[in-house]
Design a protein around this ligand. Sequence first.
Ligand code: AMP
Ligand code: TRP
Length: 327
Amino acid sequence: MSKPVLVSGIQPTGRLHIGNYLGALKNFVALQNSGKYDCYFFIADYHSLTENFDPQQKQEQILNLAADYLAAGLDPKKSKIFVQSAVPESVELAKILETVTPFGELQRMTQFKDKASTQKENINVGLFTYPVLMAADILLYDAKFVPVGEDQLQHLELARTLARKFNTRFGETFPEPQAVMTKTARVMSLDDPSKKMSKSRPGGCLFIDDAPEIIESKVRTAVTDSGNEIKYDPKNKPGISNMLGMMSAVSGKSIEELADGFSGMNYGELKHSLSDYLIEYFAPFRKKKLALIKKPVSLKSALRAGASKAKKSAEKKMAEVKKKIGL
Ligand code: AMP
Ligand code: TRP
């Protein structure tokens, strides 16, 4: 029996923050190491073109994300790790899936609405059809599982809808993918815990390759809540709850256990402890990343090898899809 396919990707748009890590990348590594899945992890460079970008920096951003993947523990021997545009079949499939995508479904997408409001001067059609390409990335490999943060659930729901619509119209072709989420599927911003941490607002981000002194100062100055009691209550204490969530994810201790341990202590003590945990947790990652980034040639060759494996499945699937629709 072949293993179920698991697919995910991250856009090469800047440094990874702890939301990307705890919501997605950490889970990629655990799922890969479980040995239960046939894993595909890619660098979503086509998707990243929908935001404002500098072509001079794109290759560097791609290699930087490849170094993040490997430093975090993704292993080219265990997973197919590649750049999305090295397997352009996803774009071909997206073109076909567009024809079963209701316009209204795309108009409802909250990420489109958010991005359209933050990049008013660049509301491009690629931003609008972004979720269809994401569905193609998933369906192209017959994925059953897709590890993502909470903000991607609406897009995943569209992928399920498109699989169903295609299957109904042209015969059983795609399995319906399902999301795999972590406990920390939504990490909030350090400077405003009512908003999610996002690369588009770097001021509130803790980057996973931040130097120890930067981590310390960002955590020390993070916005907390009124009152002085330490307890887990995301509604009334979003700042403190966000910190307890991050601490739980990097310490392996439960939120309840941590909240009990900190009862009676003040916010300063919680912050101090959180920055210690974070610095210790990310130290090996930083070291590995620094070493990997110095070897662009070997990063590129790992990505090429991953792409050639992914391409085999992609070509096979596209032949099946084209046959079904009469092309
Ligand atoms: P992106 O940088 O938009 O390509 O996102 C990469 C992954 O990180 C996706 O699976 C997102 O769902 C996840 N992610 C992004 N921001 C957060 C956040 N603040 N909390 C949890 N997960 C997140
Ligand atoms: N849209 C995803 C994000 O912003 C990245 C992505 C593109 C993706 N294609 C995908 C994630 C396919 C999972 C599966 O995070």
